[in-house]
Design a protein around this ligand. Structure first.
Ligand code: GCU
Length: 684
């Protein structure tokens, strides 16, 4: 039976799956062949499209030619259930499909028929969305066989959603798109059609896993693991038709908090027994459950350090109880001292993850994945790539990025992060040779979700592009981010005139760099308002316990992280990078203040002094934001009114905020340094 494609409530934006995106597919005669729940999903999608656009869908090959064949075949290339098929001659030969795995597919077109052949049901689903992405192009000419398969098996979104509204963090921690899609009034939503629609959007960009609750596990969320697992099971049920496995964040102290034990020591037999039983309960409720996400010994969350155990001990205990069920533990490497004394210059938060985890390489179980933030600090607009990502060759590592724009404008500013993520994925930890991060992240790619129950999903409609780009990069980390953006534009705005396409490119392509220009300079980071992290406060974190300092004084600014005179962080990289970062002369400009404390008159590789660079980029950043607002205004006649208005309203705030950033940052450095702007512009 085909599934019924989820229907969105009136006023909810279809994002990158508007009905019109299905027109080319829907107007055709299609054979869907194979069996299983995800084949039923594919069948449902094609039925929905043909019902709308006049095509036809059949399940059994009848010998008549098809415009499109979507089929699951066995590893030898034979269509599944070959015996049930009539005349196979028009299905073509697909050869051996053994290496496609469960998620890959073959795409080809000849003799007027487009064919997607997968060896697993998931592959068929991704193949279907490939056809949707190609649109009319999927049905013309001849296409040689293309093999598509994801680079990594786990492409995941972590939701930092609280079950109960948190007094400080609200419903979604660092959420800028309304409430949670999953939780409302302290429990799982009763109506989950939107969750299913969310799964559909995710599948269409290649995401296959979702963790449904905050990594900071409060009391209510802790219970999801045991007595409230049924609520998680209902959410998992809504995501499953689109190939999404559900994961859960758990507290390391669960045996104490939920089990009444006196300890959560990972080496204690009663603790292990308690977890084994809890995991058994989880899999009874959710047989395809993905596994746990754990934030331990981090920002107040409990962990193995309490018992004098290592993080490998902690992760492996959970890995061991998950293993019989094919589950994975995602253990976060975000471990540092958040109660640091700002007077103490020897402690460097940037060093912490490497210092904790690099010595543990080789000790983690096969189903334990170390989940590492892309930079050593905390999702700043500019950070070097975390040295941890290249330092554990015998450990499965996942890369974690932040789609929710905590430090990049909180979905009130346009900041398309595709180029930033691409830079990280293309980084070669060994220098000239060796694999890039996109290849090293064998444990998967994870993004902190930017989605909520907002009608536009992401608060700022243009932030949808971040979610889509993440999914597609997770599927193919070396893909060109700009091509992905073009895909997003084509899907979101089917048959958009060239002026709209160009306008969208203009406002999105450079938006990350624009944001970087008017906020914290040269990789120094933070300078945000404490707590909520929106808007400028140059000294906001300067005297705090969080380890996030810039050390500006009357002579200069930046953190000396060199090995020779600083914290030694630069030496955590392989030789090529360590040498590059070690000296202010070779350090890339955009990271200079991350690695070095330099005088304001220090001349950058660009030829400009540090302080003049700060002034110039801040003026430029505001001009670019104003220009983007102007470009957007010129698209008013081409975009649906509510969509247009939401973006236009956010541009007003972006420009206001950018001005505030410019003036606070520039005034701060003028006052500290006493060096006037070389161009005589007004600085307060
Ligand atoms: C940041 C963020 C927190 C979050 C933490 C994490 O510090 O501000 O809200 O809990 O990252 O990644 O765990």
């Amino acid at each position: 039976m085909p599934i019924t494609v989820p229907v969105l409530r009136e006023g909810v934006d279809p994002a990158w799956l508007p009905p019109d995106a299905f027109r080319p597919l829907g107007a055709r005669r299609t054979l869907v062949h194979g069996s299983g729940p995800l084949v039923d999903t594919v069948h449902g999608e094609v039925t929905y499209a043909s019902g709308r656009f006049g095509g036809e869908v059949v399940r059994d090959a009848s010998g008549t030619p098809y415009d499109l064949v979507l089929r699951v075949a066995d590893a030898a290339g034979n269509p599944a259930e070959a015996d049930d098929l009539g005349d196979l001659s028009n299905l073509g030969d697909v050869g051996v499909l053994g290496d496609l795995g469960d998620e890959g597919f073959v795409f080809e077109r000849s003799d007027g028929t487009t064919r997607v052949t997968a060896s697993g049901q998931r592959g068929l689903l991704y193949g279907l969305f490939h056809v949707v992405r190609l649109g009319e192009d999927a049905f013309h000419g001849t296409r040689n066989r293309e093999v598509h398969r994801p680079a990594t098996a786990l492409r995941m979104l972590d939701h930092w959603d609280n079950v109960a509204v948190h007094p400080v963090m609200g419903q979604v921690e660092r959420g800028y798109a309304g409430g949670s899609l999953f939780w409302q009034d302290g429990q799982a939503r009763g109506e989950l059609e939107r969750v299913q629609a969310y799964g559909r959007l995710l599948a269409a960009c290649g995401i296959n896993a979702v963790s449904v609750n905050n990594v900071n596990v409060h009391e209510a969320e802790a219970h999801l693991l045991t007595d409230r697992i049924d609520e998680v099971a209902r959410i998992a049920g809504a995501l499953r038709p689109y190939g999404i496995r559900t994961h859960l964040s758990v507290t390391f102290a669960a045996p104490i908090v939920l089990g009444g034990l006196s300890t959560a020591d990972p080496l204690d037999e009663s603790v292990r027994g308690w977890w084994a039983e809890a995991v058994h309960g989880v899999y009874s409720a959710i047989p395809d459950f993905g596994g746990f996400v754990v934030k331990a010994d981090s920002e107040g969350q409990p962990g193995p350090f309490t018992y004098g155990r290592s993080h490998a001990d902690g992760a492996n205990m959970l890995a061991c109880v998950l293993a019989p069920h094919d589950g994975t533990v995602h253990w976060r490497a975000f471990v540092y001292d958040h109660r640091q004394d700002w007077r103490d210059r020897s402690t460097d938060r940037a060093r912490a993850a490497y210092d904790h985890f690099a010595p543990l390489d080789g000790e983690f179980a096969a189903n334990a994945v170390l989940q590492v933030k892309h930079g050593p600090m905390d999702f700043q607009v500019r950070e070097p790539v975390s040295p941890v990502l290249g330092a554990l060759p015998r450990t499965r590592v996942a890369l974690e990025v932040q789609a929710t724009q905590e430090y990049t404008g909180q979905q009130r500013h346009v900041c398309w992060l595709g180029p930033m993520w691409s830079e990280v994925l293309r980084f070669r930890p060994d220098g000239e040779q060796g694999p890039v991060i996109g290849e090293l992240a064998s444990g998967g790619l994870v993004a902190v979700s930017n989605v909520g129950d907002d009608p536009f999903w992401t608060g700022h409609p243009l932030a949808q592009a971040n979610l889509y780009t993440f999914g597609r990069l997770a599927w193919q980390p070396d893909a060109d981010a700009r091509r992905i953006l073009d895909e997003w534009i084509a899907l979101t705005f089917p048959s958009a005139p060239e002026r709209l396409v160009e306008g969208l490119r203009t406002v999105l392509h450079g938006s990350w760099r624009t944001y970087e220009k008017y906020t914290a300079p040269l990789g120094v980071g933070f300078m945000v308002q404490p707590g909520h992290h929106y808007g400028p406060s140059v000294d906001g974190y300067e005297y705090s316990p969080w380890g996030t300092y810039h050390f500006a004084d009357r002579d200069g600014v930046g953190v000396d992280r060199s090995a020779a005179t600083g914290t030694g962080y630069a030496a955590q990289y392989a030789k090529a990078w360590a040498e590059l970062y070690e000296s202010p002369d070779s350090c890339p400009d955009e990271l200079l203040l991350f690695f070095h404390h330099v005088p304001y008159g220090h001349v950058l590789r660009s030829g400009e002094t540090v302080v003049q660079h700060i002034y110039d980029t801040h003026f430029e950043g505001v001009e670019e934001a104003e220009e983007a607002r102007r470009v957007w205004a010129g698209l008013a006649d081409l975009v649906e009114p509510a969509w247009y208005a939401r973006v236009a309203e956010r541009y007003e705030e972006q420009v206001r905020s950018a001005l505030e950033w410019r003036d606070q940052v520039n005034s701060y450095f003028l006052r500290k340094s006493g060096i006037p702007d070389g161009q005589g512009r007004t600085i307060y």
